[in-house]
Design a protein around this ligand. Structure first.
Ligand code: AMP
Ligand code: ZN
Length: 474
């Protein structure tokens, strides 16, 4: 690979040059959502930044295979194996079965995931699909002496490792040890405080819905085992990149490494990519806090989901990002101005390949430098200002959008249609939009819907947005 690609590796705690196991190819694993509730816009920030990582690697010439799990069993309300099963709690909350909850929130997740321009991973695997693989890994860990049975459960014995806290500095290790010691909920079966459950049979929750037979009795897997097994099932024993949010580093990813490397007997994953959180003014967004702000809710409020992506791309993935509607509103304005500039470009003449390459190199350098997305957007603005013809600029917008995925050309086309349509039709559309607004004001939603449908039958789709009603030809 001729281009250098670098990003921060949590394992070495520095920005590392990326060298894959197999030249030109990247195996990537992503911790997927726990589908007991909607994914909030914070979760989606994490998946946007991972999508940028995939597309930036592809822009640099790599062939990426990405696998994601869906956690539909085994994740307890505390990441340290205490509390209630999140899926069971979700099912109780909504008086549905665990599988119904899983299906509903998996669909909701992928709807929002796609709406912000993310490409679906190549493989998506629910944890409940892979129970035999989990049982096999637990068996091998027991045989190798890394695991033990106690009180009906199977635990991983962290005292067998020389370095359990792989992601932490010496000071952080001490803090984590104190944190673990102070953990109020004790599991007396554990030999060491940091040990974690590989397989539960002795459940505190007699009503645990999903259970499977195993050599240790009927039960269900711990949370961490799923990612190790699903990753190895599809990507083999040597993984290039493992992704997640910063909260996944401990204990989840720490435990994944412990069990995977003990099972394999060699190093498992070379690069660990962790993105920072989205916070609101009250602090970290959390699914378990109840009311969650989702991408779909943003859409219902009239925001374009790609404006949310645009907002995320302007800050660095390793920094916490604070969300507010004021900031999102200002992004709506900036995004619309950008679209307008693209809409003004006329595809005239031939693309100047020399200029195109020059800007593409700059863009690639920015995005390959620890995903400097804000610099990549600056390169886009520089290209739009450049002393070259519109055809070249359009080609560059199209090229950069392979990574940015803001659908700039699509938005610009809709905007142009709005201004270029036949004046008679334009007048009619505007009249109907006004009539619909009046009907809505009078709460006559039947008329409002009829107007929308009538326009649609003429090939005009209308949308309610923050900046008022917009329409496009379909
Ligand atoms: P979960 O469904 O809770 O397992 O979370 C899905 C992903 O979202 C994980 O990779 C988390 O690290 C990440 N995540 C959780 N909370 C936030 C947040 N406030 N901002 C960004 N990412 C988050
Ligand atoms: Zn995981």
């Amino acid at each position: 690979m001729s281009n250098s690609f670098r990003f921060y590796n949590s394992l070495t705690r520095k920005v590392d040059e990326f060298v894959p196991n197999e030249e030109g190819k990247v195996s990537m694993y992503t911790c997927g959502p726990t589908v007991y509730h909607y994914a909030h816009i914070g979760n989606i920030r994490t998946y946007i930044m991972q999508d940028v990582l995939v597309k930036a690697l592809e822009y640099a010439g790599y062939d990426v295979k990405r696998v994601m799990n869906i956690t539909d069993v085994g994740h307890l309300s505390s990441d340290a194996d205490t509390g209630e099963d999140k899926m069971l709690a979700g099912a109780k909350r909504e008086h549905k079965s665990v599988m119904e909850i899983a299906r509903f929130y998996t669909d909701a997740f992928f709807k929002d995931f796609a709406a912000v321009g993310n490409k679906k991973p190549d493989v998506i695997e629910p944890a409940t699909n892979c129970i035999p693989e989990f049982i096999h890994m637990v068996q091998v860990l027991l045989e190798k002496g890394y695991a033990y049975q106690a009180g009906g459960n199977v635990y991983f014995d962290t005292s067998k490792l020389d370095d359990y806290y792989v992601f932490s500095s010496a000071i952080e290790k001490e803090e984590l040890q104190i944190g673990v010691r102070d953990d109020v909920e004790e599991d007396s079966n554990k030999r060491n405080k940091t040990d974690f459950v590989l397989w539960f049979t002795k459940s505190k929750f007699e009503d645990q819905a999903l259970k499977w037979d195993s050599p240790w009795g009927v039960g269900y897997p711990g949370w961490h085992i799923e990612c190790s097994c699903i990753s190895m099932k599809h990507l083999g024993e040597r993984l290039d990149i493992h992704c997640g949010g910063v909260d996944n580093m401990f204990p989840h990813h720490t435990n994944e490494i412990a069990q995977s490397e003990s099972y394999l007997g060699h190093k498992w994953c070379n690069y660990w990519f962790h993105s920072n959180h989205l916070n609101d003014r009250a602090g970290k967004m959390s699914k378990s806090k109840g009311a969650v702000l989702t991408v779909s809710v943003l859409q219902e409020k009239g925001y374009d989901p790609l404006v949310y992506r645009f907002f995320c791309l302007q800050s660095h993935y390793r920094k916490p990002l604070e969300f507010s509607f004021d900031v999102l509103d200002s992004n709506v304005g900036t995004f619309n101005k950008l679209v307008k500039r693209v809409a003004e470009l006329k595809a005239d003449g031939a693309v100047d390949e020399k200029v195109k390459k020059e800007f593409e190199d700059k863009f690639r350098a920015a995005i390959s430098d620890d995903l400097n997305t804000s610099m990549a957007i600056t390169v886009l603005y520089d290209a739009l200002k450049a002393d070259t013809n519109d055809a070249t600029k359009l080609a560059l917008v199209e090229s950069f959008d392979k990574v940015l995925s803001l659908d700039l050309i699509g938005h610009a086309t809709s905007l142009s249609e709005e201004t270029e349509v036949d004046p008679e039709l334009l007048e009619y559309i505007n009249q109907q939009i006004e009539k619909r607004a009046e009907a809505k004001k009078a709460k006559d939603f039947a008329t409002a819907d009829a107007i929308r449908n009538e326009l649609l039958s003429r090939g005009v789709e209308i949308k309610d947005t923050r900046e008022g009603v917009k329409w496009q030809l379909v």
